[in-house]
Design a protein around this ligand. Structure first.
Ligand SMILES: *Cc1c(COP(=O)(O)O)cnc(C)c1O
Ligand SMILES: [Zn+2]
Length: 416
């Protein structure tokens, strides 16, 4: 059973039922799902969770009610990978990577979509929809296909070709908008009023959607043996993931499920779209919108809805926010692949490059454990690496040719 008891305004605290509502009637603030953690205490135990399925739904008690059965392609319970080789290179003693490339459609968005569409079905919606920078559209289209729902996904028209193909293949309507994600988002806010029976997972279902990100915190703590890590590095687009990871760690702590410190959260942004990192650096809590220009398209949100909440969470723990160039992003996609055997999309490059920057800046304590979130698979952004990740040499099918090339290569430094 779910211990969710309602929706609560994040600004004024007004309460509502767990219904199809996404802004507060009183102050127009955003809503979030509220739980009866007092009742949950004792019911939700390490044992009850461990007995659950190997997916986000092992935490069903602490997620919104999915109705008769969740909309589920198997999101979550991804590996927490101990990264000793990358850690040694960055000078970090205990580095772990939360490998969310290993989700059904290759990104962390499967977590939020599984939760949002489960709530949408329970609430009587019949069409799945979203405003997306790419990965969300793919996940919405896939989950909708699996339950036989129509889907309408809206993306910037110039996205990476692999993300467009990975979305269109599921058969829904894909609208490519000539404009930025922020234009897409504005358009979807208008479409919501015209089509009240469409579940725009990150607009009118946003309160439910956001809860899916808590499962990253739950899994990390459980996989560390019910211990919280000292530090977590999280990529920031709208800021929902970082904000809800913080909420997840707090809920586990309140339930007495974990030991260890309250994790310090660190953000990661591309300098071509770093409105939250800039506000943090300037010491203001006003996030000024920017026009994105970065290869990290999945993080290219110039006007992040949860930006101010990210600043709150990062300040609360004494964290910091990295901001890295496209060159550093590409370099760190390679670094991660060569040291750990994990192929990440550009957002993963942002996380690793930011981690390196935060270590160099002294913000991260290299003697305490660090977890970095790798949120999407490299096959999603092949465009970014095809020019540099190429065959070493092209040869004729002859032994002599192969040996000659290998001999010339063995003279070269093999470097990381
Ligand atoms: C959407 C996304 C994020 C961050 O999302 P938020 O909007 O900040 O919750 C991070 N990584 C990838 C790959 C994404 O697709
Ligand atoms: Zn309110």
């Amino acid at each position: 059973m779910s211990f969710a008891i309602g929706l609560k305004c994040r600004e004024c605290g007004e309460s509502y039922a767990t219904e199809a509502r996404f802004v507060c009637d009183v102050c127009f603030g955003p809503l979030e799902v509220d739980y009866d953690l007092v009742a949950a205490k004792g019911h939700v135990t390490r044992e009850s969770i461990a007995a659950g399925p190997p997916s986000i739904w092992r935490y069903h008690d602490l997620l919104p009610d999915p109705g008769a059965a969740p909309v589920d392609l198997g999101a979550g319970w991804t590996p927490l990978h101990r990264a000793d080789r990358l850690g040694a290179l960055l000078g970090i003693k205990d580095l772990y990577l939360k490998d969310d490339t290993r989700n059904p459609t290759g990104s962390f968005k499967d977590r939020v979509v599984s939760v949002a569409l489960s709530s949408a079905r329970r609430l009587g919606f019949t069409t799945a929809a979203c405003a997306s920078t790419g990965n969300l559209a793919t996940s919405v289209a896939a989950h909708a296909a699996a339950i036989g729902w129509p889907s309408v996904t809206v993306i910037p028209s110039d996205l990476e070709s692999s993300k467009v193909a990975m979305t269109a293949i599921f058969g829904g309507i894909v609208l490519g908008v000539e404009g930025s994600y922020d234009d897409v988002n504005r358009l979807c806010a208008e479409l919501v009023s015209e089509h009240p029976d469409w579940a725009f997972v990150n607009v009118n279902l946003r309160a439910y959607y956001a809860e899916g990100s808590k499962t990253l915190a739950f899994e990390i703590a459980e996989q560390l043996g019910w211990r919280t890590p000292d530090q977590v590095v999280v990529p920031v687009a709208s800021g929902s993931q970082l904000t809800k990871i913080a909420k997840g760690f707090r809920e586990f702590e309140e339930l007495g499920l974990t030991e260890g410190p309250t994790p310090r959260l660190f953000g990661a942004q591309a300098s071509g779209c770093s409105p939250v990192a800039t506000a943090f650096r300037d010491g203001t809590n006003v996030v000024r919108p920017v026009r994105p220009n970065t290869i990290a398209r999945s993080l290219a949100i110039g006007n992040p809805a949860d930006g101010p909440y990210v600043l709150d969470e990062v300040h609360r723990g004494g964290g910091d926010i990295g901001s890295v160039s496209d060159e550093e992003i590409l370099e760190c996609i390679g670094l991660l692949a060569r040291t750990e055997g994990i192929f990440a999309e550009t957002a993963g490059g942002v996380t690793i490059a930011s981690l390196r920057q935060l270590v160099q800046r002294g913000s991260i304590d290299v003697n305490r454990p660090v977890v970095a979130i790798i949120s999407g698979h490299g096959l999603k952004t092949l465009d970014a690496v095809v020019d540099t990740a190429r065959v070493t040499a092209t040869i004729s099918p002859s032994l002599a040719d192969a040996e000659a090339v290998l001999a010339s290569l063995s003279n070269q430094e093999v470097s990381l």
